[in-house]
Write a protein that binds this ligand. Structure first.
Ligand code: SF4
Ligand code: FES
Length: 204
């Protein structure tokens, strides 16, 4: 695979063709914040927290680092006034949904995001899709999925699948940037799982 040299925050970084900016940055120990990214999953591009500024051949733009492929002569800035402003705004919006998320609160501090900027709509899920995609792409079980669309979109466990597959798994729990996923599982389990589900196993 061809090697491509790019510049990130003034540092020369070697990347392989086909890598994204995020992958190249991570390989070089340069931090770019993410919410919807996981290295085992296909890039999704939902949160835009990874927005960076790119310049190549006189063209400048703001792009999602988790989606954008590296290319020759690419110059990347992971922070700028505009980038920070975008991240701040995204965080303010996400915190209206998930005000108690430690991951979001930590990022909010870094970017000076105002937790009370937007009216609280505490759905507790920021629709990053990590749980849905992990279950589908890695576990191949589809025990958790989206319901509805637009502003009413939310994630839900599919009780018939979850009752069989989730009790011994729960690998998605630690991916969730909010407390919502565990709560959704407990709710599904309490309303819908068969009596055969072992209560001790559920406490794992
Ligand atoms: S439940 Fe958690 S992991 Fe799943 S989409 Fe919502 S915030 Fe993301
Ligand atoms: S991490 Fe890139 S869009 Fe979410």
């Amino acid at each position: 695979m061809n090697e491509i040299i790019i510049q990130i925050d003034g540092k020369e970084v070697k990347a392989a063709e086909g890598m994204t900016i995020l992958e190249a940055a991570q390989k070089a120990d340069i931090f770019i914040p993410t919410v919807c990214h996981h290295e085992k999953l296909e890039p999704f591009g939902a949160c835009r927290m990874c927005t960076v500024k790119v310049e190549v051949r006189g063209w400048t733009n703001l792009v999602a680092a988790c989606l954008y492929p590296v290319e020759k002569d690419l110059v990347v800035k992971t922070r700028s006034e505009k980038v920070d402003k975008i991240r701040k705004m995204i965080l303010e919006f996400l915190l209206a949904h998930a005000p108690y998320s430690p991951q979001l609160q930590e990022l909010a501090q870094e970017y000076g995001a105002d937790q009370d900027r937007f009216e609280k709509e505490s759905s507790f899920c920021v629709l990053c899709g990590l749980c849905v995609r992990y279950c589908a792409e890695v576990k191949k079980k589809n025990a958790v999925g989206y319901v509805d669309c637009g502003a009413r979109r939310e994630i839900r466990f599919i009780p018939e699948i979850a009752a069989k597959e989730c009790i011994d798994c729960k690998e998605c729990f630690e991916l969730c940037p909010t407390s919502f996923l565990q709560a959704a599982f407990v709710l599904t389990e309490s309303f819908a799982f068969s009596r055969d589900s072992s209560p001790t196993a559920l406490k794992k």
